[in-house]
Design a protein around this ligand. Structure first.
Ligand code: XUL
Ligand code: CO
Length: 479
C-alpha cells in the first residue's frame, strides 16, 4: 500500500472548507481534482490485507472474523440461507460514513481515503467496496448516485462523473460476480433540495430532481440492479402554515408516474420501492409508514407499480415495530425489501445500528418466510459503525454480527414453523369463524338481519382467553 504525500494536508483542506464533513452522514465534498495524484492505480495490493474470506465456523468459534450462524449454502425450509437474505452492503455507510456527528469531527480515517472527493478517489473507493463484499461473501451492494461519484458543477458534469465510476463498477461486478440490489438518487443533501425534491415549491427543483432520478434509474439498470428505491427524506414539511400539502402530494404522485413511465421506456424490469420514514430530516415525511404509503399508492392508482422498502429503524421511529411494518406491507402485497438496521430506545433518532436482537430478527424472519422470501428484494445493511469504532476490521465485524443475527432469526423462525404450536394457537383463536356463519361473514354474505337473528339465538357470547403469555412462552422456547 502506498499513500502519496500531501494527503494529510488535503484532508485538512477538505475539513476546513467543507460543511458536510462535520455534520456527519454520507459525504458530498464538492468534486475536486486536487487529488488527481491519487489515481486508483496508485493503490497497490489489498485494501484489507490480513483479512481473508470470511468463513462459517459454527457457534462455538471464537474467531471474530468468522460466521457463527450464517452458513450461506445451508438449506433452511426449502431455500439456501443466502437466498433467504440476499444480503447487501450499503455503500454510503460503509464507504462514506466518517463517524462525524452534529457535535464532532470524523473519527474514521480509512487508509485508502486521501481526504478528497475526486473522481480518482471515488474509483479507488469502488475497488475497496468490491474487495470488501467479496471477502464478506455477500452478493449485492446498494448506492446513492452522489455517494459513489462526486457532484459536478453542472448536471452534465455530475452525470459524466457518475458514468465514469459506474463503468468501473460494472467491470468489477462482472469480475467478482456481484450485483446491485438497488440504486437510488440522493435528493436530500444538496441545498437545492431544502424544500424537497418532487414536493419542492420550486418548479426548477422538481425538474432537476426528475433529471437526477432519470439518470440514477438508467445507471441502476445498466448495472443490472434488481430494484430502485425512493426515499423521500425531504418530501414533507416543517410547517403546515406555509405548505400546500395537497398540491405537494399531487406533485409527488406525478413524479412517481413519470418514474414508472421512464422505467418502461428504458426497459428496466426492476421493482420500484418506496421507503417509508416518519420524520428526520423533515418534521413530517409524507411516506410516514407502510399504511400511509399504501394509501397514497391506492389514491393515485400506483399500487401495481411500487412495493415498499421497510427499514426497521424507520419503523420504530413511526411508533411501530419492524414486524408490524413488515406485516402491513406483506398483507397488502407490498413487501419488497428490508433495510436491516435498528435504533436505540434510549436515543430515539435514526441511529442506523446493526441489528443484533435475536427476538427482533426472529419476528422479521417470520414475516419473510410467510412471504416466501422477498426476492428480487433483499436485506440491505442500512447500518453504520458507531462513531467510536474506528478499526478497519470493525467494518467486517459489524456486518458479520448483523448477518449472524439474521441467520439466528431465520433458524429460530424455522423452528417455530416446524414445531407448529404457535400457528395452532393462532388457528384455534379464530376457530369460531371456521363455521357456516363464519364463512358467510368472511364471504361478505352475512347481513345485519341474519347476525341479529343469530345473536338472539346464541345469547351472551362465550369469550376465550387470548393466550398471549403462552404464545410468548412458545416463542421464547424456540430461541
Ligand atoms: C435514510 C435512509 C436512506 C435510504 C436511501 O434514513 O434510510 O439511506 O435508505 O436513501
Ligand atoms: Co434506508
Amino acid at each position: 500500500m502506498i499513500m502519496k504525500s500531501g494527503k494529510v494536508l488535503l484532508l485538512l483542506l477538505c475539513l476546513n472548507v467543507l460543511c458536510y464533513a462535520v455534520i456527519g452522514a454520507p459525504q458530498t465534498c464538492p468534486a475536486t481534482n486536487v487529488g488527481k495524484s491519487g489515481d486508483s492505480d496508485e493503490w497497490e495490493g489489498e485494501f484489507f490485507p490480513g483479512i481473508s474470506k470470511i468463513k462459517y465456523e459454527g457457534p462455538s468459534s471464537k474467531n471474530p472474523l468468522s460466521f457463527k450462524w450464517y452458513n450461506a449454502e445451508e438449506e433452511i425450509i426449502g431455500k439456501k440461507m443466502k437466498d433467504w437474505f440476499r444480503f447487501s452492503v450499503a455503500f454510503w455507510h460503509t464507504f462514506r460514513g466518517t463517524g462525524g456527528d452534529p457535535f464532532g469531527a470524523p473519527t474514521k480515517h480509512w487508509p485508502w481515503e486521501d481526504g478528497t472527493n475526486s473522481l480518482s478517489m471515488a474509483k479507488r473507493r469502488m475497488r475497496a467496496n468490491f474487495e470488501f463484499i467479496n471477502k464478506l461473501g455477500v452478493d449485492f451492494w446498494c448506492f446513492h448516485d452522489r455517494d459513489i461519484a462526486p457532484d459536478g458543477k453542472t448536471l452534465e458534469e455530475s452525470n459524466a462523473n457518475l458514468d465514469e465510476v459506474v463503468a468501473l463498477a460494472q467491470e468489477l461486478q462482472s469480475q467478482n460476480k456481484k450485483s446491485v440490489l438497488w440504486g437510488t438518487a440522493q435528493l436530500f443533501m444538496h441545498p437545492r433540495y431544502m424544500h424537497g425534491a418532487a414536493t419542492s415549491s420550486e418548479l426548477e427543483v422538481y425538474a432537476y430532481a426528475a433529471a437526477q432520478v432519470k439518470k440514477a434509474m438508467e445507471v441502476t439498470h445498466y448495472l443490472g440492479g434488481e430494484n430502485y428505491v425512493f426515499w423521500g427524506g425531504r418530501e414533507g414539511y416543517q410547517s403546515l402554515l406555509n405548505t400546500d400539502m395537497e398540491r405537494e402530494l399531487n406533485h409527488l404522485a406525478r413524479f412517481f408516474e413519470a418514474a414508472v413511465a421512464h422505467k418502461k421506456k428504458i426497459g428496466f424490469n426492476g421493482t420500484l420501492l418506496i421507503e417509508p420514514k416518519p420524520q428526520e430530516p423533515t418534521k413530517h415525511q409524507y411516506d410516514w409508514d407502510a399504511a400511509t404509503t399504501a394509501n397514497f399508492l391506492r389514491k393515485y392508482g400506483l399500487e401495481g407499480e411500487f412495493k415498499l422498502n421497510i427499514e426497521c429503524n424507520h419503523a420504530t421511529l413511526s411508533g411501530h415495530s419492524c414486524h408490524h411494518e413488515l406485516e402491513t406491507a406483506r398483507i397488502n402485497g407490498l413487501l419488497g425489501n428490508i433495510d436491516a438496521n435498528t435504533g436505540d430506545p434510549q436515543v430515539g433518532w435514526d441511529t442506523d445500528q446493526f441489528l443484533v436482537d435475536i427476538q427482533e430478527a426472529t419476528m422479521i424472519m417470520l414475516s419473510v418466510i410467510r412471504n416466501d422470501g422477498i426476492a428480487p428484494g433483499g436485506f440491505n445493511f442500512d447500518a453504520k459503525l458507531r462513531r467510536e469504532s474506528t478499526d478497519v476490521e470493525d467494518l467486517f465485524i459489524a456486518h458479520i454480527v448483523g448477518m449472524d443475527t439474521m441467520a439466528r432469526g431465520l433458524r429460530t423462525a424455522a423452528k417455530l414453523i416446524e414445531d407448529g404450536s404457535l400457528a395452532e394457537l393462532v388457528r384455534k383463536r379464530y376457530q369460531s369463524f371456521d363455521t357456516e356463519i363464519g364463512a358467510q361473514i368472511e364471504a361478505g354474505k352475512a347481513d345485519f338481519d341474519l347476525l341479529e337473528k343469530k345473536a338472539k339465538e346464541w345469547g351472551e357470547p362465550k369469550v376465550a382467553s387470548a393466550k398471549q403469555e403462552l404464545a410468548e412462552m412458545i416463542f421464547q422456547s424456540a430461541i
